[in-house]
Design a protein around this ligand. Structure first.
Ligand SMILES: NC(=O)c1ccc[n+]([C@@H]2O[C@H](COP(=O)([O-])OP(=O)(O)OC[C@H]3O[C@@H](n4cnc5c(N)ncnc54)[C@H](OP(=O)(O)O)[C@@H]3O)[C@@H](O)[C@H]2O)c1
Length: 291
């Protein structure tokens, strides 16, 4: 198939490219300079000549704290942008993969969220992503909405300026005291494992909403302990609460997603979060050696 990736400089997109090629797909990447999802004409102009069988929209505005003060850009990209891509895919009869987030949930359920649970976001970023999901669902049935969580990839998130693993490694090397929140539980997910999962999912005709995170769950603090253990690093690490961190936006306290829909079609390929982290650290080392 011909697969077009929107947001091709992003961290998920950078891992999607080889994963799709390995499965025999022809891949065309569109950078932000080549497509502006907030503008329907730009989306049409970029997607029409690409003649995609499948479009994967990885674009997002996801500076969660900034969005609380300045939500316009987030709604333009995450809601209107999602709508524009769905409209163009419908016009061009291209199937659509739309990326979404655990932040569409409040985190108050107390057990893993399944795909059919009602969305109830607790910050404006989550509201904008929930709106984007709804637009996609309403406009174009040939979609896979893929909700994921705590992404990290070797390319680093361009939207957030790096990723959590790299930030922790840098702080440890600088020898600074590190305080990490221990009251938000989620499943950190490597973009490499998610890319493999998406690459397999698009080969099914099973459209709908999917959760795709690594297996298991941890707090950001637990994740940090594992990062340092797997890297053989010692650091001055202690916990803090979300309230102490001073973050502008509320975050879900327990946003673990069950990959229930993937399991129902016997296609849950996601590894344990610890295994995915170790794979990431190995891949990171290799990319530094060859750089
Ligand atoms: N990162 C996470 O922890 C996380 C967690 C859950 C879900 N997700 C979702 O997963 C998806 C991929 O995340 P990611 O971490 O790979 O993001 P990323 O690294 O920030 O990549 C997003 C890409 O989209 C591009 N982009 C941004 N605004 C655009 C616009 N208006 N039009 C066209 N392109 C635009 C960016 O280009 P520029 O940088 O040049 O603007 C960037 O290349 C997003 O939908 C996100 O909401 C992410």
């Amino acid at each position: 198939m011909r697969v077009v990736i929107i947001g091709s400089n992003g961290q998920l997109a950078q891992d999607l490219h080889p994963a799709l090629q390995q499965n025999g797909h022809e891949v065309i990447g569109l950078t932000h300079a080549q497509i502006e999802v907030a503008e329907l004409d730009s989306v049409r102009d970029a997607l029409t000549p690409a003649r995609a069988d499948v479009v994967i929209n990885t674009s997002a505005y996801h500076k969660v704290d900034v969005v609380e003060e300045d939500p316009d850009r987030a709604f333009a990209v995450n809601a209107t942008g999602a709508r524009n891509v769905a409209v163009a895919c419908r016009e061009l009869n291209a199937a659509l993969v739309h990326l979404s987030t655990d932040y569409v949930f409040s985190g108050r359920k107390g057990s893993p969220y399944v795909e059919g649970d009602a969305v109830d976001p607790v910050n404006l970023y989550g509201v904008s992503k929930a709106a984007g999901e709804m637009a996609v669902r309403y406009l174009w049935p040939r979609h896979w909405i893929v909700r994921t969580s705590g992404l990290y990839g070797v390319a680093g998130s361009s939207g957030k300026g790096g990723n959590f693993v790299e930030l922790m490694l840098r702080l440890a090397h600088e020898g600074k005291p590190i305080r990490v929140v221990n009251d938000q539980t989620l499943t950190p997910t490597s973009t490499r494992s998610l890319a493999r999962q998406i690459s397999s999912l698009i080969e099914t005709g099973a459209h709908g909403t999917y959760h795709a995170t690594c297996q298991g769950a941890c707090t950001w603090y637990d994740f940090t302990i594992e990062i340092f253990a797997a890297s053989g690093l010692k650091a001055d690490l202690s916990t803090q609460t979300t309230a102490e961190s001073g973050a502008e936006a509320t975050r879900p306290a327990w946003s673990v997603l069950a990959n229930a829909a993937l399991q129902s079609i016997e296609l849950d390929l996601m590894p344990n979060w610890q295994d995915a982290l170790r794979e990431y650290l190995r891949e990171r080392e290799m990319s530094r050696c060859t750089a």
